[in-house]
Design a protein around this ligand. Structure first.
Ligand SMILES: *Cc1c(COP(=O)(O)O)cnc(C)c1O
Length: 474
């Protein structure tokens, strides 16, 4: 680390689809600060179901719901109506002075969905903000215990994880490309241990139990190194998102990590910004792991992209400590509990229930996994296929046997993403790189909407396989 390795986002020369002269001309004069300053992205003018429509009429099958966001697709009229209804009632009120019925209802839905184990919701506008709030909440919790523990200032998180892009959340995360430029100003009280990454890190002949025990021992050692009573929280994505590429936790892994935290009185923060709210097949990804976090973040699927919204759910015992302490969370934001965003998310969550979408996530997810294994299992440059629910990734390698990755300079994942946008494929795939050590490793992720059909799953896998064939051969 230390050296500035640009995110591959910004080191790419384009294989962008051809655009009409008129649109690219008008866009070269755009006032938008695009991610790629010299390369305007496609301009989306419409959405229909799983498709995004560009200004030149190209219909792109969005196989990833953007960043695992648009889980109901792009045109659910029921959500439009709920948003309009709230706008007519009241668009905004300031949460320091007032509450509103949409925020009340959404919080109740979220608390109920945990069986009351998490007892309050703190609603903000992005995953990053929810993560920042969780870090501050953890620190405040220890300050307000009957016997305060102000020495608990260390956080332990995991390598190749992503928790957001503000300085605090970036410090907790470990996306080397996104951190590099800011390394010198990132927080020094965050320490990182290994991911649970069986494809590369489980040793020959090692059992799942032994591997999990080894990871738990690494966390224990980190606690000992820092001083067990100086650790505030262990932060992890329940199922790792795009930085590592859709790796589900091994059985018993999160339980073992939680045991280490409990032994030393530290909190467990589970970041479900990407894997939560149904993406993994259950509303909360932790439900499948037999653990309950002390703090939990959620965002992407929460509002399905109809509004920017995120939440921090707080375990009852943490709420009780603050209630008996100062009685106030020492943190707030202007758009907290935004009525329109809350109304959109309420409707989205009710639709997931009404339309019985979680069983569809499990069923279609299983089918997606099957088809990916069928199409890519024997591909000489596919090393691993993994996922859960409707959240799957394939990892590319130069050599299947040695698992040798492609050189980062080849930008395999980003080339696949760009190739996929060509009119002859018209599919949006989510690329990721650096999964192995922050620099090496290429994968693409799939995260279709919860209401997708068998036909759409087949179309996604077929188109993706043609794209991979163009880029890497077959
Ligand atoms: C996307 C993501 C974030 C950041 O959320 P934003 O809404 O982009 O701020 C945080 N944590 C995880 C696990 C994510 O996937």
């Amino acid at each position: 680390m230390g050296d500035y390795t640009p995110d591959v986002h910004s080191s790419q020369e384009g294989v962008l689809p051809k655009q009409s002269k008129q649109t690219s001309d008008s866009r070269s004069q755009s006032s938008v600060l695009y991610h790629q300053l010299r390369q305007p992205p496609l301009n989306i003018v419409g959405g229909r179901g799983s498709y995004l429509i560009t200004d030149s009429g190209q219909e792109i099958l969005d196989a990833t719901c953007g960043a695992a966001v648009s889980c109901l697709g792009n045109s659910d009229k029921r959500v439009h109506e709920a948003i309009m209804e709230q706008l007519r009632k009241v668009p905004y009120c300031y949460s320091l002075y007032f509450t509103n019925s949409a925020a009340e209802e959404l919080s109740q839905i979220l608390v109920d969905s945990t069986g009351g184990k998490m007892s309050r919701a703190f609603i903000v506008s992005s995953g990053t903000e929810a993560v920042e709030a969780s870090l501050k909440m953890a620190v405040q919790y220890y300050m307000e215990m009957p016997v305060p523990q102000p020495q608990r200032v260390n956080f332990i998180a995991r390598k190749q994880s992503y928790h957001g892009n503000t300085l605090g959340s970036l410090s907790v995360g470990h996306h080397v490309g996104r951190r590099a430029l800011y390394e010198k100003i990132l927080a020094k009280n965050v320490h990182h241990v290994s991911q649970c990454y069986p494809y590369r890190d489980m040793q020959d002949g090692e059992t799942v139990e032994a591997y999990v025990a080894r990871l738990a021992q690494e966390l224990e050692d980190k606690f000992q190194e820092l001083g067990p009573d100086t650790v505030c929280a262990f932060v992890a994505e329940t199922m790792t998102g795009t930085t590592l590429g859709c790796v589900p936790p091994l059985p018993g892994y999160l339980k073992a990590m939680k045991e280490v935290c409990e032994r030393h009185g530290a909190l467990l923060i589970l970041d479900e910004v990407m894997s939560g709210m149904g993406r993994s097949g259950t509303l909360h990804a932790w439900e499948q792991e037999g653990v309950v976090p002390d703090l939990q973040t959620m965002a992407k699927g929460l509002g399905a992209g109809y509004a920017p919204i995120a939440a921090l759910l707080v375990n009852r015992h943490v709420v009780d400590t603050l209630t008996q302490g100062t009685g106030a969370f020492s943190h707030s934001q202007t758009y907290q509990g935004h009525p329109v965003a809350c109304a959109a998310a309420c409707r989205v969550q009710k639709i997931i229930q009404e339309d019985n979408l979680l069983p569809n996530v499990c069923e279609m997810g299983k089918y997606l996994g099957q088809l990916l294994h069928q199409k890519f299992g024997d591909h000489p440059h596919v090393g691993d296929i993994r996922g859960r629910g409707l959240f799957w990734a394939i990892e590319f390698v130069q050599d299947k046997k040695t698992k040798e990755p492609y050189p980062p300079s080849k930008s395999v994942a980003w080339t696949i993403h760009k190739t996929a946008l060509k009119p002859e494929y018209s599919i949006s795939l989510m690329p990721g790189n650096g999964g192995i050590d922050g620099i090496n490793g290429d994968h693409i992720c799939f995260a279709p909407p919860y209401n997708c059909t068998k036909e759409e799953i087949e179309m996604i896998v077929n188109r993706a396989s043609r794209v991979v064939e163009e880029v890497l051969g077959n």
